[in-house]
Structures are given as structure tokens and as C-alpha cells.
Unconditional design. Structure first.
Length: 157
């Protein structure tokens, strides 16, 4: 039996019984401290990313803070939040390829420290072009592409 490939949009729509808030166990506490951690639903991450206006930016850490506050948790899960941002970006890439004009502006969501995400559709070059088109200046720091003074452009969501 041939297994059909699931589209990014289907992955985004599959909530997998999420969101859920879990206790931070002893193993996790070494890295994240104590308290609770929200594991978001993919669509929650996409919803936050979709609210970033032109010229503004967001980091994965900002998304995590919004999610933690929404769910009254100590932190938003760094792993699933990053994965779901990647899923949202690729789902938007699929929609763009289908000719849809209004897509989640994934290119405005950066890694920690204002670093561009090489895993987004089209890689660094595509993200760089879109961000420069919105007035952002990008420099190389070693192998990483970083937005200059990205903190000044963070969206207030």
C-alpha cells in the first residue's frame, strides 16, 4: 500500500490533541527551570505569526512568551514552537504556490537573536529578499544572516 504524502497545510491543521500544559519534569528542569510548559497546537503558532504586520518582526521566543501567557504556563515549549513555525511557513509556501495572495508572513518570524531561518521556503535568500523589501537591513555574522537592530522592529502582539 502506498502512503500518500501529507501536505504542509494538512500538517498545520492537525492539532494532535494540542495544546496541552505539562509539568516540567526533573530532566527538563535542568534546561528550562521549574513550573509548567505549554505544548501549543500548530494552528496557534500560525495564528500568532499571521498577525505580524509589514515592517515588523517576531522571534520564536516572543511566540513562546505569548503562548505561555495565553495558557497560564511558565514557558512555551521551545521545540514544538520552532517545529510548528516551520510547518506554518511551509503551509504558507504551499498556499503561495497555489496563487493565494494573503498568506502567513512567515519571513517576519526569526530565530533567537534576529537570525534568519534557513529552513523556511526558499531558504535564507528568499527570506532575505522579502525582509529587505520591507526595509530591514541584513548582515552576515559568521555563517548566519541577522537583521540589524531587529529588536527595534519587534511587533507588539
Amino acid at each position: 500500500m502506498v502512503k500518500l504524502k501529507i501536505s504542509w497545510k494538512e500538517k498545520l491543521a492537525d492539532d494532535k490533541d494540542l495544546p496541552k500544559v505539562i509539568e516540567i519534569n526533573e530532566k527538563m528542569s535542568k534546561r528550562w527551570g521549574t513550573g509548567t510548559c505549554v505544548i501549543p497546537a500548530p494552528r496557534e503558532v500560525d495564528e500568532i505569526m499571521s498577525k505580524v504586520p509589514r515592517g515588523k518582526l517576531l522571534t520564536i521566543n516572543e511566540i513562546r512568551k505569548i503562548l505561555a501567557k495565553k495558557h497560564n504556563a511558565s514557558i512555551g515549549c521551545p521545540i514544538t514552537t520552532g517545529i510548528f513555525a516551520w510547518v506554518a511557513a511551509n503551509a504558507a509556501g504551499e498556499e503561495k504556490a497555489e496563487g493565494k495572495k494573503r498568506i502567513t508572513p512567515y519571513w517576519r518570524t526569526l530565530k533567537t537573536g534576529g537570525i534568519l531561518n534557513e529552513k523556511y521556503p526558499g531558504g535564507i535568500e528568499a527570506q532575505k529578499k522579502l525582509l529587505q523589501g520591507e526595509g530591514h537591513q541584513i548582515i552576515q555574522k559568521g555563517k548566519k544572516s541577522v537583521i540589524v537592530d531587529f529588536e527595534k522592529s519587534l511587533a507588539k502582539l
